[in-house]
Design a protein around this ligand. Structure first.
Ligand code: ZN
Length: 292
């Protein structure tokens, strides 16, 4: 396993982690500057943050600062209640692939979606099997396009608490079953993003990481699970503040040959987003050395 204790060259910052500084939105251009100043090698930006500054502006800024991407957040949200919704999802996902290419991302991360309408509080139906079928169909369609662009797709299984509204793919096993069905040759065009927050509890985790192997391990996300946790979405902990044995999971991922970035992704409305982004980034660097 790589030694992260002395340097942070493998650290990437998911830009949601510093989406706000002292509770105020922080532009992506400022996030890029702050990461580059600290010798952070990579970021994983969100589409809305890129759009707010402009794709060409961000693309140039990333190049100017010598940063890489560890992923692009995000595509997905495939299920829909009608044909129009499905077509809109297809078009939006193609645009996400195009943006990922422009930004030279190593993969587009997919948060696949759940019951249509549930995120807005009004699920159109209760048929999660149908939603899961639409996810497979949606990924299959997008994969053809993404392959033609050379952009790998990384399915991110989300913790089961998000099955209704954000992702009905909830385990590594489920995600890898989709990979097996759609990319049986393990070409590298389709894989998984392993986010410790979502999968740490899974008794099959080690076995499924082994099953994934190097070709399907496309991204590795870290933060911590706090006890008690006060919000299902926005109470992620800093590495070391919770109960996830992050080094153990990283050792399993790296035993398969994963050599990519380790991406810190923290959504935290009541703690880290209230602090100054400089403090947050400096803490990420320190904790990445001590607890990842
Ligand atoms: Zn993640």
């Amino acid at each position: 396993m790589r030694d992260f204790s002395q340097d942070h060259s493998c650290l990437s910052i998911n830009t949601a982690t510093v989406r706000q500084s002292r509770g105020t939105p922080l532009p992506l251009t400022k996030i890029i500057e702050a990461c580059a100043e600290r010798g952070i090698g990579a970021i994983s930006p969100w589409r809305d943050q890129v759009a707010a500054s402009g794709l060409s502006v961000i693309s140039q800024s990333i190049k100017d600062h010598g940063l890489k991407l560890s992923g692009y957040c995000r595509g997905g949200m495939f299920p829909a209640a009608d044909a129009q919704g499905l077509a809109a999802a297809t078009a939006d996902n193609r645009a996400a692939v195009d943006e990922a290419c422009e930004l030279n991302a190593p993969c587009l991360v997919l948060v696949v979606g759940g019951l249509p309408g549930a995120l807005a509080g009004h699920a159109a139906h209760k048929d999660i099997a149908r939603a899961r079928d639409q996810v497979v169909d949606g990924i299959a369609t997008l994969l053809t396009y993404a392959k033609s662009c050379g952009m790998p797709l990384a399915i991110e299984p989300l913790h089961p608490m998000y099955a209704a509204d954000r992702a009905c793919v909830n385990t590594m096993e489920q995600a890898l079953d989709i990979c097996d069905a759609l990319d049986p040759e393990q070409s590298g065009a389709l894989g998984v993003a392993v986010d410790v927050y979502h999968v740490w509890w899974d008794p099959k985790l080690q076995a499924q990481i082994q099953r994934a192997g190097k070709n399907r391990l496309l991204a590795f996300h870290v933060c911590d699970w706090l006890t008690p946790t006060t919000d299902l979405l926005n109470d992620r902990g800093m590495m070391g503040d919770g109960v996830i044995d992050i080094p153990q999971i990283r050792s399993w991922v790296e035993a398969q040959g994963y050599s990519g970035f380790s991406e810190v992704e923290i959504f935290s409305t009541q703690n880290w987003w209230l602090r100054d982004h400089a403090e947050v980034l400096d803490t990420c660097i320190a904790r990445h050395r001590s607890h990842v």
